[in-house]
Design a binder for this molecule. Structure first.
Ligand SMILES: NC(=O)c1ccc[n+]([C@@H]2O[C@H](COP(=O)([O-])OP(=O)(O)OC[C@H]3O[C@@H](n4cnc5c(N)ncnc54)[C@H](O)[C@@H]3O)[C@@H](O)[C@H]2O)c1
Ligand SMILES: O=C(O)C(=O)C[C@]1(C(=O)O)C=C[C@@H](O)C=C1
Length: 308
């Protein structure tokens, strides 16, 4: 427990993996006096009530944000603008609105026009997740020792940003600020393109399965299994990521394709030195991540449902 809650009232819009993890982390550390939640589907709201997710689950987004000091948009990136439009007129003056979307420029462009003057907008992105989604997938330790990037827009009150930083730190995250376009390029490299590659590899294996009579799946080795975990991620979320971070993803995919062709040529021509030098360079990157303490490869990371 912290000494005092950071916000009296927090509203979570969208009750999936990220919002539910935020609720359990908030409750565990005593970071908010009261947490309301809203999700578009009646089934999700019902599940949330059944498992005690949020102090109160409301029947509309407007009701959830009433009197809230912090409003968190935790819906797919493509739905952020519509949700902002819906809640805009109901926000308390002086409230902070944030989001957890995986893409930042588009969210800023879609959300900012709907927020009334006097409301602070501090976009954010926790770099933590799993392949699971929905209200039952969250757990309180998801953000521990993970980065959360805050992307304040021009003119944002620094106090609103500082308070949100304390909130994320209370949930265990390490916080840094970043400029939106830079965020989108970095994430295209570290998250978005790798997901696309995993989706593609699993798709290729599935096509092959039809000619190898299920053996590809049956004998899948550890490397491929890791791909299948990533490729099991929510289709709506990832469709929106690629549609809204189009330029950066296409730029990185272009570079990826060039490197792939170079390796393809090295294999065809039997250029073992080229392959060895390439793999030596990439191995050093992995070691660098571990030495920097950024390795989250605990045996069960992202698979287990840890303590609520
Ligand atoms: N899953 C991850 O690994 C991860 C990590 C960091 C950030 N994010 C971002 O967080 C956001 C939420 O992702 P998640 O993994 O929690 O998704 P999720 O699929 O688990 O949950 C999304 C929730 O939003 C609700 N929703 C969808 N459209 C809505 C609308 N128009 N109005 C109200 N509710 C609506 C859904 O019913 C669901 O409850 C996304 O923007 C995603 O890019 C995800
Ligand atoms: O661990 C996973 O399952 C994730 O894919 C999490 C992950 C990532 O790429 O690291 C996915 C999307 C986000 O926006 C942030 C985190």
């Amino acid at each position: 427990m912290t000494d005092a809650p950071i916000y009296d009232k927090v509203a979570l819009i969208g009750l999936g993996l990220i919002a539910s993890s935020m609720f359990w982390a908030t409750r565990r550390a005593g970071l908010a006096g009261h947490v309301t939640g809203y999700a578009r589907s009646a089934e999700t709201r019902e599940t949330a009530r059944r498992i005690g997710l949020c102090h109160e689950v409301t029947e509309s987004a407007a009701e959830a944000v009433k009197d809230a000091d912090l409003v968190v948009l935790a819906v797919p990136v493509g739905a952020m603008g519509a949700v902002a439009e819906e809640i805009g007129p109901h926000l308390k003056p002086g409230a902070t609105v944030t989001d957890v979307g995986s893409v930042k420029r588009r969210v800023i462009d879609d959300v900012a026009p709907h927020l009334p003057e006097g409301v602070h907008f501090v976009p954010g992105h926790p770099l933590a997740g799993t392949e699971h989604s929905g209200p039952e997938s969250g757990f309180s330790t998801l953000f521990e020792n993970r980065w959360c990037l805050l992307v304040p827009v021009e003119g944002t009150d620094p106090e609103a940003t500082a308070r949100l930083r304390r909130y994320w730190e209370g949930m265990g995250a390490q916080v840094e600020e970043m400029e939106p376009d830079h965020h989108d390029l970095v994430l295209a490299v570290t998250s978005h393109t790798p997901h696309l590659i995993a989706y593609t590899m699993v798709g290729v294996a599935d096509d092959l399965r039809r000619v190898t009579d299920s053996e590809v799946i049956k004998y899948s080795a550890a490397g491929f299994r890791d791909f299948t975990r990533i490729a099991a991620s929510d289709p709506t979320m990832w469709r929106d990521v690629f549609l809204t971070n189009k330029d950066a993803t296409l730029e990185i995919l272009g570079r990826f394709t060039e490197e792939l062709f170079a390796l393809q040529r090295a294999i065809r021509t039997g250029d073992g030195d080229e392959l060895h030098a390439y793999f030596t360079r990439t191995r050093a990157i992995r070691r660098g991540i571990i030495e920097a303490g950024q390795d989250t490869d605990k045996p069960d990371f992202g698979r287990a449902r840890i303590e609520k």
